[in-house]
Design a protein around this ligand. Structure first.
Ligand code: UDP
Ligand code: MG
Length: 320
């Protein structure tokens, strides 16, 4: 049981302010698990530097020197949180049996890791960290998140409500996840698709204790739109419904004008004409934009660009 190697994957983008505390806290948890023989002694913390501009990478390297259990990889530029997670999992899965992903800012309670590992030993391959309160998030963030989950549910995308990217995965779950080769990553939608026995661990989400959120509104909206268009063709069906509705309205208009003409009423024509021109023009634009969204996706997918390029990989070196 204690022979399973745990690697905790921590994406970091300009996190110099939080890293010392993060290393301390996660290190404490990791060492505790090793001492209790719940994980192997060569378990690691794997920091993924997502092209930070601050001292994040030098700090990671300093900690590598200081603590045997700290290691890191460094991106050549900023690729984003989701890519950082996949990079960490890709590298870690070769040499670990258990992988846990957690944000560097420790908003997610590190103590839940113990419970996650217990659940793993109880036979679960995927253990979701689920927030049982969001009091520390702004009312705006809470409401938008809730609306997003309900919309995704209606669109038929299975998500675990109030869980983000804090979760444990077994080696085989990670390997299955990594078989999904898509470029547009929306991990919290992809992980449930992997299957395997799953469990949940509840915790209270805290404030970011230092530094600022690396997810401004613009990135959040981009992330949400990506989640919808990567997992659902509902918008296309919506447009289809809208198109049918408009056609019906057009037919009614046609019958109305025909009757008006036959009964000898003067049809001025201009109002209905100009209205339909505007309405149809608007509808066509909406349709075009939706189709464009999907065409854009195809465009990105067919390019088969690497999802990330790792500049340095200290983790793998440890095993050569
Ligand atoms: N992050 C990253 N690349 C980015 C943005 C964020 O690796 O481009 C990391 C960040 O360092 C943190 C995690 O993703 O560990 C979550 O970011 P943050 O805490 O800023 O998001 P929030 O909690 O505000 O949603
Ligand atoms: Mg955060």
């Amino acid at each position: 049981m204690g022979n399973d190697i745990l690697t905790v994957v921590v994406p970091c983008y300009n996190e110099e302010e939080v890293l010392p505390e993060t290393v301390k806290e996660l290190g404490g948890i990791l060492q505790g698990l090793v001492a209790e023989k719940k994980v192997a002694a060569n378990s690691k913390l794997l920091f993924v530097d997502d092209g930070s501009h601050d001292k994040t990478w030098p700090l990671i390297q300093k900690y590598e020197q200081e603590f045997g259990y700290v290691t890191g990889i460094k991106f050549s530029r900023n690729y984003g949180h989701q890519n950082a997670l996949v990079a960490g999992l890709t590298v870690a899965s070769k040499h670990s049996d258990i992988m846990i992903t957690i944000d560097a800012d420790l908003q997610d309670d590190v103590n839940a890791i113990n419970e996650m590992v217990d659940q793993y030993h109880a036979g679960y391959d995927v253990v979701y960290g689920v927030r049982n309160n969001r009091d520390t998030d702004s009312a705006f963030k809470r409401r938008t998140a809730l609306a997003f989950y309900s919309l995704m549910g209606k669109l038929g995308v299975e998500l675990v409500p109030n869980s983000a990217d804090y979760r444990l995965m077994s080696k085989r779950a990670v390997e299955a996840l990594l078989k999904m080769k898509e470029q547009n990553l929306f991990l919290r939608g992809m992980v449930p698709l992997v299957g395997f026995p799953t469990a949940k661990v509840y915790y209270a989400r805290k404030e970011r204790f230092a530094g600022e959120s690396k997810y401004p509104l613009k990135k959040m909206i981009k992330f949400a739109v990506n989640g919808i268009t990567s997992f659902s063709t509902a918008p296309i069906k919506l447009v289809m419904g809208l198109g049918l509705f408009i056609v019906m309205v057009g037919i009614i208009f046609f019958i109305y004008s025909l009757i008006s003409k036959l009964t000898g009423h003067v049809v001025t024509g201009w109002t209905s004409l100009i209205t339909s021109i505007w309405v149809l023009g608007g509808v066509q634009l909406i349709c075009l934009s939706v189709i464009g969204e999907y065409v854009g996706k195809v465009f990105i997918e067919v390019k088969h660009r690497p999802r990330f390029i790792i500049e340095q990989d200290d983790f793998s070196k440890l095993f050569n």
